[in-house]
Design a protein around this ligand. Structure first.
Ligand code: MG
Length: 445
């Protein structure tokens, strides 16, 4: 399979091996060639981020565009800054939740939304052709500095019921995973009058405390501290703070799908109905909660830019992925870790219930995933269409059964097919998964 430079998250790779200073320079020249005017550049707390950011800035300036350097900032803060400032585009240097040796470079449009697949292809063409705009010596761009973190924190606080939250004096443990959230989430909590306990809330690109992805196995310390200090809630972020995951007041991790369902339900109820957008790989618990609240779920292909795009098209009231990436359209059409934190507290305050109580009624499913080697994407897709008439073919095939569902989709970046199965019992989920493996092998044999 042909591997393009731009994946689902811009360009990503091991710093100084795959993602070199030269490549970062060319990416800076690319965005400077595509978008004139002012371009905002931010980065996460990784060791290689200042090197790559400097190269990106040099590339932008060499094209004649000006740059605004906002330093270490969460991805949603950079996106929000691009949306509300004079910047025509943005660049974020981050590898999100990947291991510390990785880094990445992602482009953002003037409206604060990540580049679409089409825009990424256009960027790749400019990059590979090397037909960059080169400014004359006296027309090279300039670089300014600004504080995107302050702009972001202020805007998050404008979008939540500060009084209701402040009154509660919530005791909150926040684990920033030594990432960019260190500059925003503690500040949000402070201004919400929370009694705050911070862990790993100083930027350190070696990630000394835990792996960056805020999944349950990586946030053991958070669970322990929540129990030890008798907190109301615990929150953890990934390296670029577009994701947030939560621990309830008993110290139990709440699955990301369940949090997505809870917040989707909150937004549907608040709006008296509406559309919630999520990828086809998301747990059925989200649809169950949304439908019960009088809303409707629209499924998209996997990847947050497509979720954001469909949210815009459908005027959705809410959206997100089942990995802790929640999207609040009244703020930003992008995964938004700071808003997630503030809005969960708002829900706890206005409902006057602890988190464990709020998620009690969200249905629980057993989800299983596996992968099967698949070198012929087209053959698989055609076979799936023949096999499962009437299924959802947004991304591979999502097939609904009375007691569960099955998703078979060829990966966009690797020669594999991903298979997901979900059911109310683990036994049934296993059966569906085995069936999925069998069908996939039959089609591609
Ligand atoms: Mg991330």
């Amino acid at each position: 399979m042909e591997r393009s430079l731009f994946g689902t998250n811009g360009v990503r790779g091991i710093a100084n091996e795959e993602l070199t200073a030269e490549l970062a320079l060319d990416l800076g020249r690319t965005i400077g060639t595509m978008r004139e005017g002012l371009i905002a550049v931010g980065m996460d707390a990784r060791i290689s981020s200042p090197m790559l950011k400097s190269a990106v800035l040099a590339g932008i300036m060499s094209s004649g565009s000006d740059a605004v350097d906002v330093g270490i900032t969460p991805t949603p803060a950079l996106q929000y800054y691009v949306r509300v400032s004079k910047a025509n585009a943005g660049v974020i240097v981050t590898a999100s939740h990947n291991p510390r040796e990785y880094n990445g470079i992602k482009f953002v449009s003037g409206d604060g939304v990540e580049f679409s697949r089409e825009e990424d292809s256009e960027a790749e063409m400019v990059l590979l052709s090397k037909k960059f705009r080169i400014a004359r010596w006296d027309e090279v761009g300039r670089v300014y500095e600004d504080d995107a973190n302050r702009v972001y924190v202020d805007s998050v606080l404008e979008k939540v019921n500060v009084d209701a939250i402040s009154e509660k004096k919530f005791r909150v443990v926040v684990d920033c995973g030594n990432g960019a959230a260190s500059f925003t989430s503690p500040e949000i909590l402070k201004r919400l009058d929370c009694e705050m306990y911070t862990i790993n809330c100083y930027p350190d690109g070696r990630f000394p405390a835990r792996l960056s992805e805020p999944v349950e196995e990586n946030v053991r310390e958070l669970k322990e501290v929540v129990r030890a200090v008798n907190a109301d809630i615990g929150v953890a972020h990934d390296g670029d703070a577009d994701r947030a995951t939560f621990v309830d007041e008993k110290g139990n991790f709440v699955s990301e799908d369940v949090m997505l369902a809870l917040m989707a339900k909150y937004y549907v109820e608040m709006n008296g109905g509406g559309v919630v957008v999520t990828p086809v790989s998301t747990s059925k618990c989200v649809e169950d909660a949304v439908v019960e609240a009088g809303g409707e779920v629209v499924y998209t292909a996997v990847g947050s830019p497509i979720v954001a795009k469909v949210m815009k098209e459908t005027k959705a009231v809410f959206g997100g992925e089942g990995n802790g990436g929640l999207i609040f359209p009244e703020h930003l059409l992008a995964r938004d870790g700071g808003m997630s934190l503030a809005k969960v507290l708002e829900l706890m305050a206005t409902e006057n219930k602890p988190l464990s109580e709020l998620v009690k009624d969200i249905p629980r499913y057993h989800t299983l995933k596996t992968k099967v080697e698949c070198r012929d994407r087209k053959k698989l897709l055609e076979g799936l269409k023949a096999e499962f008439e009437g299924a959802n073919f947004t991304d591979g095939a999502r097939v609904d059964f009375e007691d569960g569902w099955l998703l078979i989709r060829p990966s966009g970046t690797e020669p594999i097919a991903r298979i997901f199965a979900e059911a109310r019992t683990e036994k049934r989920a296993r059966e569906l998964l085995s069936f999925g493996i069998l069908i996939t092998k039959k089609i591609i044999s």
